[in-house]
Design a protein around this ligand. Structure first.
Ligand code: AMP
Length: 175
């Protein structure tokens, strides 16, 4: 991997359950230079996408999303787990390997025609980011792109998010 940020990603085998290799991004957040580099690289990648706003996915997506929103002078929308948002919400449920998940977004988050970039720490199967795309479109917005710190390419998430642009700083083609 030629991105020097790769040394700040720590593999945790069998977390949160046996067989999963968890990609821990906290060493990258802890190192001021690495975190700044990650946000700067994300900004460069998404600059041509002409975003009007960023949508961060709870919870690690908030960390990258907020820093990127500040850097780019954009507003930040928050997709949250059920029951966390105080106002009226739209919700989308999506299947996981075992069971399902739901994400919520305040009903008035996306303006008609707004170009929104979805931000998260990691792209695996694309179910989570795909649910956010559905929420944006349900509210009349356009998905300008998806940006991640890490992509597990062998899980095919980017195909699920097509035709929106999908980019990641670090790509892993096996566990
Ligand atoms: P998915 O919906 O399958 O694309 O999963 C992406 C979401 O699950 C992101 O919010 C990630 O933070 C989390 N996630 C899934 N797999 C991993 C992994 N191997 N390491 C770290 N986070 C993961």
């Amino acid at each position: 991997m030629n991105n020097e940020l790769s040394k700040y990603i720590r593999d945790i085998p069998d977390f949160p359950k046996p067989g999963i290799v968890f990609k821990d991004i906290t060493p990258m957040l802890k190192d001021a230079t690495a975190f700044k580099m990650a946000i700067d690289q994300m900004q460069q990648i998404m600059a041509p996408w002409r975003a009007d706003a960023l949508l961060g996915i709870e919870s690690r997506g908030f960390i990258f999303g907020a820093a990127l929103a500040y850097k780019m002078g954009l507003g930040m929308l928050a997709a949250r787990k059920p029951g966390k948002l105080p106002y009226e919400v739209d919700k989308v449920s999506y299947d996981l390997e075992y069971g399902s998940n739901t994400l919520e977004l305040h009903k008035d988050a996306v303006e008609k025609g707004m170009r929104v970039v979805v931000v998260d720490d990691l792209l695996a199967t694309g179910g989570t980011a795909g649910a956010c795309a559905k929420l944006i479109e349900k509210q009349g917005g356009l998905v300008a792109g998806h940006i991640f710190a890490v992509e597990l390419t062998f899980l095919g998430g980017r195909e699920r998010l097509a035709p929106a642009p999908v980019e990641a700083l670090l790509k892993y083609d096996s566990e």
